[in-house]
Design a protein around this ligand. Sequence first.
Ligand code: IPD
Ligand code: CA
Ligand code: CA
Length: 265
Amino acid sequence: MNYQNLCMDVVALSREVGRFMKEENKKIRGSDVESKEHFNSLVTYVDKTVEKMVIAKLETFIPNAGFIGEEGTSDKIGDVYNWIIDPLDGTTNFIHGVPIYSVSIALKENEEIVLGVVYEVNLEECFYAWKDSKAYLNGKEISVSSAKRMEDSLLATGFPYWDFHKMDAYLRIMKDFTACTRGLRRIGSAAVDLAYVAAGRFEAFYEYSLKPWDIAGGAFIVERAGGKVTDFSGNRDLISGKEILASNGILHDTLQQKIAKEFLA
Ligand code: IPD
Ligand code: CA
Ligand code: CA
């Protein structure tokens, strides 16, 4: 398998469906918005259509591969290769006209991620990496930030939509981070948060109750850019999304210990 060629094909595909998303965004109306399992877990025909478009093309790249897609439009399971797809990460932004949303695609070979692409549609920024490669943004190599001090760092997070059982601990963590860093951002697309860690824009990103499609592409790119990705206990985890802390590596232990102290107590 030539991962580099495959990755560049996925980059081209992401740009193609990104153009479609941008055009459809101009037409989206309230009646296009549906709720999934919770009132605030939103989806539109664009999420579903893009997933189908992506799967149709990916099937031609690796015929025997399976698909783990957020919208569940394919139930095919691959013996070796499985694509992990979030066709539209940032659906709430998309619906509300906030121009930060992305396409996120990762390829899993057995249990290992071997390729990741995150395409932020409105700025036309494509972040990507493949097995043993560097990480790239629109053809230029990127790497995580070299900041060594919390005082010099900008962090990103996301708030849960439905799993509020850890909210008090989460707010205590936010209070601590707000006081000892340059600030905290919630931009509304976990895949973009991760891509920004890879590009050195954020020193770290953390969130809980995410899913594999939210993080697999971006988490892989963070590692290829020299960063570190673990759960809140400090164990490497690029796939589950249950808890994720992705950082420049240098600040990882400090962040992980602060999060664990409140969240895992
Ligand atoms: C959401 C975004 C958001 C995160 C949510 C995710 P979606 O994905 O990544 O930043 O906070 O938890 O569900 O629903 O827009 O694909
Ligand atoms: Ca998502
Ligand atoms: Ca989505």
